[in-house]
Design a protein around this ligand. Structure first.
Ligand code: NAD
Ligand code: DAU
Length: 350
């Protein structure tokens, strides 16, 4: 039985990755290592928490001695590393949290793998989950390929770029078996409502303003989270060691068009008069250093591994809205307490 360590498994994407592995691979023992920051929520895994091939361990990847004990206690065959500070706005306010978790935490994990796997690299794999933001910002034309030069422009993306470089450096220098993927914006169930789509859903439900940074013309390439989790499972099993795969939705939207579509869906679901949600749109001060456009060329993963997104945006967004409407208690719980002061600080002066 192989033991797979998934870091950040109580977060948004990590919880979907864990569910996939636990349900589809009874031959794996899946350990979820998560520090349960504000973004980590074990409620996301309530349905699989008692499965015999799943175990949760609370711990901080910044703590090297904790990691070394963990690797001594368990024979770990593979790591899927998602744990990170993930929100750009928070990185602008508090960059050091990002440097510590995203850079130091990643290098601690790489060191733990090097030590644990020093006599036997065969059958081992360190899979690093990264972002398209490392490539910087696009103009009107072009797509990010795996060859695009790195040009990170926020503390978040710079910390992720740094971790990507370290992962590749450990492969080239020490022969550590690694694989990487860089994905575009995810959306779907269980996303913390600091990110655009769940924040807007939350505000629409409560008839609060929907804050749009700048003119709302920035473009993102959106992918349903379960499609990302499937791509991760595929790359973990079939990806070539040392290789990077870009993952994207082939689904570019300006923020304002996306929010208008969301407003239409919400009006229908909430049986409100057409235009009710749109009236909540409020243009606010732009994000500092706001990247204009991200868009991914996913032809490598599509040609080599046969992956492509399974849902249209309209269907994925409707599924997402349904999930949030059916899980309003989840939303209420994560937005009570610390969220309130975050929200005030982030939006009240904009
Ligand atoms: P998230 O913020 O929802 O979850 C992050 C998880 O990591 C949380 O459960 C948190 O408790 C845990 N964590 C944070 N610091 C930790 C630490 N020091 N030790 C242990 N656990 C810690 O993030 P997400 O949106 O699910 O993103 C997961 C990964 O995917 C990140 O590496 C992110 O950079 C990458 N990514 C995200 C997106 C996206 O659109 N959300 C797109 C591409 C790549
Ligand atoms: O591209 C992948 C990245 O996507 C991931 O690496 C990050 O972890 C993830 O957070 C996401 O980053 P973005 O900054 O693109 O996502 P966010 O949801 O914060 O913002 C999406 C767009 O919406 C962006 O152009 C900023 C804008 N925005 C965001 C918020 C929170 C608003 O206009 N208003 C808002 O209130």
């Amino acid at each position: 039985m192989k033991t797979i360590l998934v870091t950040g498994g109580a977060g948004f994407i990590g919880s979907h990755v864990i569910r996939n592995l636990v349900q589809k691979h009874p031959e794996y023992r899946v350990i979820n290592l998560d520090n349960l920051t504000y973004a980590g929520n074990l409620e996301n895994l309530e349905d699989i928490k008692d499965q015999s091939n799943y175990q949760f361990v609370k711990g901080d990847i910044v703590d090297a001695s904790f990691l070394s004990e963990l690797f001594d206690t368990h024979t770990i065959d593979g790591v899927i590393h998602l744990a990170a500070e993930s929100h750009v706005d928070r990185s602008i306010e508090s960059p050091m949290d990002f440097i510590n978790t995203n850079i130091i935490g990643t290098v601690n994990l790489l060191n733990a793998c090097r030590t644990a796997w020093k006599d036997q690299l065969e059958g081992k794999l360190f899979y690093h989950i990264s972002t398209d933001e490392v490539y910087g910002s696009l103009g009107k034309e072009g797509l990010f390929t795996e060859e695009t030069a790195y040009d990170p422009r926020s503390p978040y993306s710079a910390s992720k770029a740094s971790s990507d470089h370290l992962v590749r450096a450990y492969h080239h220098t020490y022969g550590l078996p690694v694989v990487l993927s860089n994905c575009s914006n995810n959306y779907g169930p269980n996303q913390f409502p600091e990110k655009l789509i769940p924040l807007a859903i939350h505000n629409i439900i409560h008839m609060k303003p929907i804050p749009i940074y700048g003119k709302g013309e920035n473009i993102r390439d959106w992918l349903f989270v379960k499609d990302h989790a499937d791509a991760i499972e595929l790359i973990f099993h079939k990806g070539e060691t040392g290789r990077t795969y870009n993952i994207g939705g082939i689904n570019e939207w300006t923020n304002i068009d996306l929010i208008r579509l969301l407003c239409r869906i919400m009006d229908q679901k909430l049986e409100r008069r057409e235009g009710t949600s749109e009236s909540l749109i409020t243009y606010v001060k732009d994000r500092a250093g706001h990247d204009m456009r991200y868009a991914i060329d996913s032809s490598r993963i599509s040609d080599e591994l046969g992956w492509s997104p399974s849902l249209t945006f309209e269907v994925g967004l409707e599924k997402t809205v349904d999930w949030y409407l059916e899980n309003q208690q989840w939303m209420e719980r994560v937005t009570s307490g610390a969220y309130q002061s975050y929200y005030q600080k982030q939006y009240e002066e904009r």
